[in-house]
Design a protein around this ligand. Structure first.
Ligand SMILES: C[S@@+](CC[C@H](N)C(=O)[O-])C[C@H]1O[C@@H](n2cnc3c(N)ncnc32)[C@H](O)[C@@H]1O
Length: 277
C-alpha cells in the first residue's frame, strides 16, 4: 500500500520507508521498526532540504550513487547517539576491579566500539586515571563509531555544562576546563584525557577491522539493541579473536546474548567473558 500523510512537506510512501529500512540495515545493521517511520521522515527531511530535493524518491535516487557524499550523511542521520558520562556506573567499578585483578599487565587495551559523542571513552579514561592515580595510566583506549559526526564531536571533547553537572566536583575539577566568555556554559575535557583516547571511524559490520592485537576489555554498550539477533551474533563472533582470553565484554543494560552462548558467557550483570574461559 502506498500511503503518504498529506500534512507532510515531502511525499513519503511506505515503499520509500521500506527502501530506507533495507538500505540502513545493509549499511549499518540497524533494524528499523515500522514504528520509526515518523522518526525517519523527520531526520531525512533535513537531508532533503540540505540537498534541495523535493521528494524522498529524489533522495533515494541520490543514494543510488555509491560515490555520493550523501551516503555517510544518510547513515549519520539514522543513528541514535544518546550517551552520558559514567552511564551504567557499575561497569566502571568492574573496570577498576579488572585493573586490580591484573597487576602484571603492563598495558590495558580497551575498545569502546560505539563511542558516540565521547562520553563513554572519556569516562573510561577518567576511571583509569582515578585507579592508577596519575594522568598517564597504562591504558590505550580505542574509541570507534560508524557515525562521523559524533566522532568529530567526541574528538573535540566539548560539552554543554548540563552534560556533566551530575559529576562530582572532584571529577569536574580533575577532568574538565570550564568555558569563559563566549564559551561559558561549556566544558572541555582536559588534554590528558584526549591523549589517552584514539578515535576511529569503524563499522561493526565491516569484515576487516584494523587491529593487530586483541583487547583486554571491549565496551559494546547500547548499540546491539539496534541490531537483530543474526547481526548481533555475527558481530559477537568477530569480537572473539579480538578479545584476550581473560578479557571482558561489557554490554548495555538492556542487552543480553543467550543466542550467542557458544561465544560469550555472562559473568555477572551485563559483563561477559569468552565462552571458552
Ligand atoms: C546509543 S549510542 C551508544 C553510546 C554509548 N556506547 C553508550 O552506551 O552510552 C549507539 C551508537 O552506536 C553507533 N552505531 C550504530 N550502528 C553501528 C555500526 N554498525 N558500527 C559502529 N557503530 C554503530 C551509533 O552511531 C551510535 O553512536
Amino acid at each position: 500500500m502506498q500511503t503518504s500523510r498529506s500534512d507532510r512537506e515531502f511525499h513519503f510512501t511506505d515503499s520509500n520507508f521500506a527502501t530506507i529500512k533495507a538500505l540502513i540495515y545493509d549499511r549499518a545493521g540497524i533494524n528499523l521498526a515500522e514504528t520509526k517511520k515518523d522518526m525517519v521522515y523527520s531526520r531525512l527531511s533535513r537531508r532533503l532540504r540540505v540537498n534541495g530535493l523535493n521528494s524522498f524518491q529524489q533522495y533515494l535516487d541520490l543514494l543510488a550513487d555509491p560515490a555520493s557524499d550523501e551516503q555517510q550523511e544518510f547513515v549519520n542521520s539514522l543513528t541514535t547517539n544518546l550517551a552520558s558520562f559514567f552511564r551504567e556506573a557499575h561497569h566502571f567499578d568492574a573496570l577498576k576491579a579488572y585493573f586490580s585483578e591484573h597487576p602484571d599487565k603492563k598495558k590495558f587495551r580497551i575498545w569502546c566500539c560505539a563511542a558516540s559523542t565521547g562520553e563513554e571513552p572519556y569516562s573510561i579514561a577518567m576511571a583509569a586515571i582515578e585507579y592508577f592515580g596519575c594522568y598517564n595510566p597504562p591504558v590505550e583506549i580505542l574509541a570507534s563509531d560508524l557515525d562521523t559526526k559524533v566522532l568529530e564531536k567526541a574528538r573535540q571533547g566539548v560539552y554543554a555544562f548540563e552534560r556533566v553537572e551530575s559529576l562530582s566536583d572532584q571529577r569536574l575539577k580533575a577532568f574538565f576546563f570550564r568555558g569563559k566568555g563566549n564559551n561559558s556554559g561549556l566544558v572541555k575535557v582536559k588534554s590528558e584525557l584526549q591523549d589517552l583516547v584514539f578515535f576511529l571511524n569503524l563499522n561493526l559490520l565491516n569484515n576487516n577491522w584494523p587491529f593487530d592485537d586483541p583487547f583486554d576489555i571491549i565496551f559494546c554498550r547500547n548499540v546491539m539493541i539496534y541490531f537483530d539477533k543474526p547481526t548481533q551474533y555475527k558481530v559477537l563472533k568477530k569480537f572473539v579473536p579480538y578479545l584476550k582470553e581473560d578479557g571482558l565484554l561489557f554490554a548495555g543494560h538492556s542487552e543480553s546474548f543467550p543466542h550467542a552462548s557458544d561465544l560469550f558467557r555472562l559473568r555477572k550483570h551485563t559483563v561477559y567473558v569468552k565462552a571458552t574461559k
